[in-house]
Design a binder for this molecule. Structure first.
Ligand SMILES: [Zn+2]
Length: 250
């Protein structure tokens, strides 16, 4: 029997790895902590985006309709610079689990498309996504790449058919979360024998109720976060360090 703390963690990891290999349906749920490992600022943390002056206006729908340039200028080096960003150990670990056939889907609260960059194929973005943009007037679709090229030249995208405002499909304050993505997320949760809950404080609703749906349906959750969460007491296993967890899981 292992007695040291390291030995104890190794035993826990071995048990978890064996469970994942035998599980017929494993999913992951990721939050801001996964992205901060990639050097991306979170929203509400100590150095979070929302500490900046006026930051609450970036994703405010009413403000965006009046002045879309504010959002595009502020998110130029935050959302429209995917080329410069590198997936973290967590993103890579999840992409590898999926390609090995050991992970069904990643459900994410993040809007930085780093799971896709790491190679994850089945990504459910419950707070919307900048992968797609739409004209608010005529609904014409614009891709991330198209818009990013414009924003990187310090210009503001406009609909080339009708001149309307082009908005990312990110869920802004004042909008409902995407119903289709949310429905899919709950369906996946209810089928999960195991859900890895990574880097989320589980405080933003209704997204945080997705891991709770796993528990209700009889599945297990593993929580990896550097702060306590409201679901800790229901977790099968708890780990504090995301980076270490991801490196040791592979
Ligand atoms: Zn238009």
């Amino acid at each position: 029997m292992q007695t040291s703390l390291t030995g104890y963690i190794i035993d826990l990891m071995e048990e978890l790895k064996s469970f994942i290999r035998n599980s017929k349906f494993t999913t992951a749920f990721t939050g801001a902590g996964v992205s901060t490992l990639s050097g991306i600022r979170d929203f509400r943390g100590k150095n979070g985006l929302y500490n900046d002056e006026d930051a609450d206006k970036i994703f405010d729908l009413n403000y965006f309709m009046r002045d879309p340039s504010f959002y595009y200028k502020r998110s130029k080096n935050f959302i429209y610079n995917i080329e410069e960003k590198e997936p973290s150990a967590v993103h890579n670990m999840l992409a590898e689990l999926e390609s090995d056939g050991n992970l069904e889907a990643v459900i994410t609260q993040n809007i930085d498309i780093l799971h896709q960059k790491a190679g994850s194929k089945n990504v459910i973005e419950v707070h919307g996504t900048p992968m797609h943009h739409h004209c608010l007037k005529c609904k014409k679709h614009y891709s991330y790449e198209f818009v990013a090229a414009i924003v990187q030249q310090d210009e503001i995208p406009k609909c080339d058919d009708c001149g309307g405002i082009v908005k990312p499909d990110i869920t802004f304050f004042g909008e409902q979360l995407p119903a289709g993505a949310l429905k899919k997320a709950f369906e996946l949760a209810e089928r999960s024998e195991l859900m890895l809950v990574l880097g989320s404080s589980l405080t933003v609703q209704p997204a945080a109720s997705i891991p709770a749906a796993v528990i209700r349906a009889g599945g297990k959750i593993v929580i990896v976060n550097n702060m306590p969460t409201p679901l800790d007491e229901y977790a099968w296993k708890l780990f504090p360090d995301l980076k270490q967890f991801s490196e040791e899981l592979l």
